[in-house]
Structure formats: structure tokens, C-alpha cells
Design a protein around this ligand. Structure first.
Ligand SMILES: [Zn+2]
Length: 349
């Protein structure tokens, strides 16, 4: 650090100390997002959470020329990094995260600083978005304005945005996920995409039990990472989620298989199909209940091998945290989706 810079820092620190001592006496700085309502109560209905979040995203989108679905994708990706794998409820309005030093400034003596001026002086990122005079990470408007200003540093619009993302994640896998999420939001035009479905029509004849961790024979010693759902040839296999087709084609173990990425960064894996629904391609966006293919007994050999075991759907779930992925027992999710499908069916009658 040059002497000049040091002196500047010192002066800034003194100014900051003065500002901190004056805190509370300063008028609020009007926020760009001025008229946005205050943070919703915890008991707010889910529909309102989505509605408010969409309003914020649209507003930011107007100001930055970044499409709302790209903003939504980042918000959702950050959300998946910090919440438990199987809880789709959208608890906080915004998933963007900042550490104390990022928010308040690296050399700020007050790590929990919420004074917008002293934060500015200490080169922190935190901004006051709702004009209430504090830059507070628990206020969505403040988070969004902060995020927006960071983004605009790299130039306006989509180019600056993509530069910011590359810097923010430094991880091609994260960027790929965000692109996938963005495509899903674009396709459906809404944020409320948390419905799931059982992979087989619940009116069809099938049976399954928890088979997680069972040993299995083919291809060396492997443990069973999934649930086998036994059903006859030709029973439709349906998408369990809103998602994007990430994998499709032959795999020596899974036969004709398909893999779908959902908005909770989970990979839904379907194996041993007899064939695929017509026209289905990698990169296609699917919705819960949409037919992907049919139950079969493909697998355990060269492409086309079939009939080495009774027909069934092998269903697996894999969670991704941006650096690694791991399988977890899909049985409890299957049970829940089956229950929810049954409830929906009964309501229609
Ligand atoms: Zn299986």
C-alpha cells in the first residue's frame, strides 16, 4: 500500500468514526427501491412470498437490463447452497449472501456495521436499498441494491452481469447450474415451481419398498443407490419435478436412462427404461407428471441389452453443492410425492 493510499485510508477512517458517532442523526438516504414494502412476516403465505420476490426481481431487471429469470436463477442457486436438501419452502425472500467483511468493509472496526456511509467509507459493499437509513443484510431491498451496484461495476446489462457471476462463483459448475435454472424460469415464466410428482401414475399397478444400501450383483460390488419401483412393461415413467434434462442415453448399468436437474440442485435419475417419449432431448425443460418414457428392463450390458431382470424403474436422487455430488435415499421423497399425487387426484373427483 502506498503512503498516499495509507493517508487516504486514515482520513477515511476518521471520517467514518465521525459518521458512526453521528449515526441515527442522519437522514435516510432515499433508496432506488423506495416504495417496496418492508420485509414480509414469517407467516406470509407462500404465494405472497413468490409474488413479492417476482416484483423485486422485475424492478431490478428494469434498472439493470438483466432479465428477471437470470436474477431468479442466481437467487435460487444461492438458496440451494444454504438450505437442507429436501425443504422446498421459500423461507427467505432473497438468497444472496455476504460475509461481515464483504458487507461492512475489510478494515471496518464494526464488523456488524449497518451505517451506509461508514460502510461506503470502509469500502464495504452494503447499501441501503429501502431508504430506511440502514444497510442491513436481513432486508431484501438492501441486499438487492447491493447486488445490483456490484453488478453494474462491470458495465451495464447482461455482459457485466455475466462477468460478475464468473467472479462471484469462480466455478464452471455453478455457472452451468445457474444457466440451467435460468432456462427453467424462462420457460415457465414464474417462480412458483415447487410441485413434485410420483414417477409412476399412481393409478397404475406398482410396488416398491426402501432398498437403499442393498447389495447388488452386476458390475462388481456396489451398493444400491436408489429405490426400485416394480411395474409392468409400458407403464409411463414421469418427471418428478420441474427441471431440465441433463443426461439422456445408454449407460451400461442403467440402460436407457434419463437424468433431470431440478431447481433445488438435485439430479433425478431414472434407469432401465424401455424407451423415451418422442422428441425428448437433452436440454429440454420438463414439468412434474410429464411422460419421459416407459418402464422396462434395459441395462446390464451393451446398448440395447434387456430382460436380465424383471421390469422396474430404478429411481435415484443426487444432491449437488457446487463442488461434489452425492446420492441420498429417495424413498422418503417418493412416499411424499405419492401422497401428494393421491391427494390431488382425490380433489379432482
Ligand atoms: Zn435399482
Amino acid at each position: 500500500m502506498s503512503i498516499h493510499k495509507r493517508r487516504t485510508r486514515l482520513i477515511l477512517a476518521i471520517v467514518a468514526a465521525l459518521l458512526v458517532s453521528m449515526a441515527g442523526k442522519l437522514p435516510g438516504i432515499p433508496g432506488i427501491l423506495g416504495e417496496v414494502k418492508a420485509e414480509p412476516a414469517k407467516t406470509e403465505p407462500v404465494e405472497d412470498i413468490y409474488k413479492n420476490r417476482m416484483e423485486l426481481l422485475q424492478r431490478i431487471s428494469q434498472l439493470t437490463a438483466i432479465p428477471w429469470y437470470e436474477l431468479a436463477a442466481v437467487d435460487q442457486y444461492d438458496r440451494t447452497l444454504r438450505k437442507k436438501s429436501d425443504t422446498p419452502a421459500p423461507a427467505p425472500l432473497v438468497g444472496l449472501r455476504y460475509t461481515d467483511p464483504e458487507w461492512a468493509g475489510l478494515v471496518n472496526p464494526d464488523a456488524g456495521d449497518t451505517n451506509p456511509l461508514s460502510i461506503l467509507v470502509f469500502d464495504g459493499k452494503g447499501r441501503d436499498g429501502n431508504g430506511n437509513g440502514t444497510a442491513n443484510r436481513s432486508e431484501d431491498e438492501d441486499l438487492l441494491r447491493t447486488f445490483m451496484e456490484e453488478t453494474l461495476k462491470h458495465g451495464e446489462g447482461i455482459e457485466g452481469w455475466h462477468k460478475e457471476l464468473a467472479k462471484r462463483y469462480e466455478n464452471p459448475r455453478a455457472l452451468e447450474r445457474i444457466a440451467q435454472f435460468s432456462a427453467i424460469y424462462l420457460k415457465f415464466g414464474r417462480l412458483d415451481l415447487n410441485r413434485y410428482a410420483f414417477p409412476l401414475p399412481i393409478s397404475s399397478s406398482y410396488s416398491y419398498r426402501s432398498t437403499w444400501g442393498d447389495r447388488r450383483g452386476w458390475g462388481g460390488r456396489r451398493i444400491h443407490e436408489g429405490t426400485d419401483l416394480f411395474a409392468g412393461y409400458g407403464v409411463p415413467v414421469r418427471s418428478t419435478c420441474y427441471g431440465i434434462i441433463e443426461q439422456k442415453g445408454w449407460n451400461p448399468f442403467g440402460g436407457w436412462r434419463i437424468g433431470i436437474r431440478d431447481l433445488n440442485n438435485r439430479y433425478h435419475y431414472y434407469a432401465h427404461l424401455s424407451g423415451y417419449a418422442k422428441g425428448l432431448q437433452q436440454g429440454d425443460i420438463v414439468e412434474p407428471g410429464q411422460t419421459l418414457g416407459w418402464v422396462g428392463s434395459s441395462g446390464y450390458g451393451k446398448p440395447g441389452t434387456s430382460g436380465k431382470f424383471p421390469p422396474h424403474l430404478h429411481f435415484g436422487l443426487y444432491k449437488d453443492n457446487g463442488h461434489k455430488d452425492w446420492a441420498y435415499d429417495p424413498y422418503p421423497s417418493l412416499k411424499r410425492w405419492e401422497r401428494e399425487d393421491r391427494k390431488r387426484l382425490n380433489h379432482k373427483d
